[in-house]
Design a protein around this ligand. Structure first.
Ligand code: NI
Length: 259
């Protein structure tokens, strides 16, 4: 189920194809990558778009290496706990579940059988999985032709074991849980202008539980959870992109082959 080999090394973006081209693609490959991120605060020096930018970059790289089509990024995620900080835009969990459900169902109608979501935000995972359960039911109840072969999978680039290990090695405990130097490194590699925001910050609040946005702001006054983004570096970002896309390309290929 792999795409035409002459398409490999160029990411194929759904938004740049015409419908006959999508129809043609589907005769060769039934897989598609959907990047999903979030629009939320990333500490006093990190970009609001970090999770969407990083998910999209990894998705494009995996698309390039596999020849699998990449859908437009779902840039709004479930970030309610970050709403205490200006710039955060969140979907409620139920809204995100409906949005993801509708995207997946649209793709299923056209004959896409394997949807591979590349995620940049931990807060999306539970909701996206609930959308998967719902879409399986919808696909079945509509008796779509794909119904017996339709599968969705979510993978988070920052949880790839090689990425996680590298981050721990580079930053130790200062990788933290949010506005981490690893994700900020990737944004610096993608958008060098972000480098000038970085500055030495006071010791971060330690990582801990997440409740509502008021409690979050009280516990983590500047938005960081145990992280020191000043350790971020664009060269590290390039390494993270390489490690994430190498592992996820492999995972995608296995997912496409799965019976
Ligand atoms: Ni993030």
């Amino acid at each position: 189920m792999s795409a035409n080999s002459d398409l490999i090394h160029n990411p194929i973006l759904l938004e740049l194809l015409s419908w006959p081209e999508v129809k043609e693609y589907l005769t060769k490959c039934k897989g598609i990558i959907l990047p999903i991120g979030s629009t939320e605060q990333h500490g006093p020096t990190g970009a609001i778009g970090t999770d969407a930018m990083t998910a999209k970059a990894v998705a494009l790289e995996v698309g390039k290496r596999s020849g699998v089509l990449v859908a437009p990024t779902q840039s709004y995620g479930m970030a309610e706990h970050h709403l205490g900080f200006p710039g955060t835009i969140s979907l409620q969990s139920s809204t995100l579940a409906n949005v993801v459900h509708d995207i997946l169902l649209s793709l299923a109608r056209h004959g896409f059988e394997r949807i591979f979501l590349i995620n940049g935000h931990g807060g999306n995972i539970a909701t996206v999985k609930s959308a998967f359960s719902k879409v399986y039911k919808s696909v079945e109840s509509l008796s779509l032709p794909v119904s017996t072969r339709f599968r969705c999978k979510i993978v988070s680039w920052f949880l790839v074991p090689d990425v996680f290990r590298e981050a721990k090695q580079l930053y130790g405990e200062f990788e933290g849980q949010h506005a981490t130097p690893s994700e900020i490194s990737l944004t610096l590699y993608l958008e060098p202008s972000l480098q000038k925001k970085l500055c030495k910050l006071p010791k971060p609040a330690p990582s801990g539980p997440i409740y509502d946005h008021e409690d979050f702001r009280r516990r983590y006054p500047d938005g960081r959870m145990g992280s020191d983004p000043f350790l971020a570096n664009p060269n590290h970002g390039e390494v993270f992109l390489e490690k994430a896309s190498m592992a996820l390309k492999e995972e995608l290929c296995n997912f496409l082959k799965e019976q």
